[in-house]
Design a protein around this ligand. Sequence first.
Ligand code: GDD
Ligand code: MG
Length: 366
Amino acid sequence: MQAVILVGGEGTRLRPLTSTVPKPVVPLVDRPFISFMIDWLARHGVDDVIMSCGFLATSVRNVLGDGSASGVRLRFVEEPEPRGTAGALKFAEPMLDERFLMLNGDVLSDIDLSRQIEQHLETEAAATLALVPVPDPTAYGLVRLNEDRSVRDFVEKPSPDAIDTNLISAGAYVLQRDVLELVPPDVNVSIEREVWPRLIGAGLFGFPSDGYWLDIGSPERYLQGTFDIIEGNVRTPVRERLGEDWLAVDPSAEVRGRAVPPAVIERGVMVAAGAHVGSLVVLGPDVSIGTGTTVERSVILNGSTVAERCTLRDCIVAAGCSIGAGSSISGGAVLGEGVTVGAENVIGRGARIFPGVTLPDGAIKF
Ligand code: GDD
Ligand code: MG
């Protein structure tokens, strides 16, 4: 089975994590984000993946290579300029099989794609959209279904007064290549706004799923996705690494303080005596945590160092940061790559600090 993953967006809502790394390869728990998608697809029989890229395509390719590590064939196509969700697919048309999966490249999910493909075949659909319930559909594509699961309405980004169902499109579709006859070449076309509405009554079906699903597009959701992976709420290969004690500690890590599960502690990590790490923590390779420091519900990426007596809660620290003694980082704050925070700073309330910034000792307190 073939799959096309759309990864052409800029990922602006995930800044500053995406200021230096394209969204598909932002590290999540222990691997580039998109690897979770590829693994999910491979479990449902996908062996041929086409990545439809725009922004920073070369760095995506450098991180993922040809896919041999994940057991799938991986190819990349780059549009000359952003063509929109249907235009990008049209651009890849010469590579496409008669039937294939198409996915938005920012979802963490374990929806049963095999059953979705079965339903697609049974109904002889032109396109079958996976559907999931969400509390607030306004940021998504709302879908109203008929009894036989054919789509009655598709409303992209519905206004609050248009909401009479909680079912939205999960960004995972089974498609027949014929659908591309509706898409003109060489122009920007939205599959949500220009193709789905025209397929209503002409083979557009929905597949309601009770699987796990999350659009990973913001720092809050990035943390939520991290927690769900290490709590085992979504099916991923990380579950096996965590084992029965829900603690994955690389043998080369030196944990002298306390580690509370679930947590992932990678190679070369140093947790000093009297430090407290977890629960719901990921420490990337070579991270170091000082004496008397507490880290909870947070992610700290490669090579960052946290000095003594710090408190880190509900925050994301990108690679290569340095945090001085007695500082507190919390409330959804995100530090971009290579940020230096001097001693005795207090950073909270969703602050986003851009890559390479240096804050002197005691610079921020609020
Ligand atoms: N190659 C390419 N070219 N990819 C693109 C382009 C483009 O011009 N524009 C967007 N993409 C990719 C994005 O990188 C992302 O992976 C995917 O297409 C969807 O774009 P988003 O910008 O994330 O859309 P959204 O989240 O607002 O809405 C979409 O996803 C929802 C589910 O998360 C829609 O498909 C909604 O209907 C859906 O409910
Ligand atoms: Mg999205």
